[in-house]
Design a protein around this ligand. Sequence first.
Ligand SMILES: Cc1cc2nc3c(=O)[nH]c(=O)nc-3n(C[C@H](O)[C@H](O)[C@H](O)COP(=O)(O)OP(=O)(O)OC[C@H]3O[C@@H](n4cnc5c(N)ncnc54)[C@H](O)[C@@H]3O)c2cc1C
Length: 124
Amino acid sequence: MIFPGVAEFRASGFQPKVAVIGSGPAGISIARILDRANIPVVVFEAGTDHVTDQSQDFYKGSTVGDPYFDLDVTRIRLLGGCSNHWAGWCRLLDAHDFDKRDWIPHSGWPIAHGHRTLPRCCSR
Ligand SMILES: Cc1cc2nc3c(=O)[nH]c(=O)nc-3n(C[C@H](O)[C@H](O)[C@H](O)COP(=O)(O)OP(=O)(O)OC[C@H]3O[C@@H](n4cnc5c(N)ncnc54)[C@H](O)[C@@H]3O)c2cc1C
């Protein structure tokens, strides 16, 4: 269910155990995992369901280091986050994506492929 604002959410009486901030791929993914585990979850999204200048203005900022496009153009502040940029190029990670590579400083992940554990706050 989508509530248009905080007032409607409060009026619903829904009492989530977890609040996720942001409905980009990260937020939606964790919310779906929690929902499947029957853990009541709410996702708070700052934007609406379409692009507005007012929302994008919050993403104005400067980029240092490698030259890049303006932040408020490359980042999208609305339902779905930056996945609204996608043109259908999406796939699951491979096991080797998590590997440490000796020739790349700070590479490697503290989790392995397929490693899924609910956050401690959510364990029953
Ligand atoms: C131009 C571009 C093209 C890309 N193309 C691909 C692709 O083809 N395939 C691919 O796999 N990846 C692609 N990526 C990468 C992918 O989009 C990002 O890695 C992914 O969107 C990051 O997800 P996220 O949830 O961490 O952040 P985001 O997608 O940035 O989501 C953050 C969410 O939080 C919301 N938010 C921000 N501040 C607040 C707040 N204060 N309160 C509440 N909500 C807030 C935002 O509105 C947004 O919905 C692309 C990225 C860009 C920039």
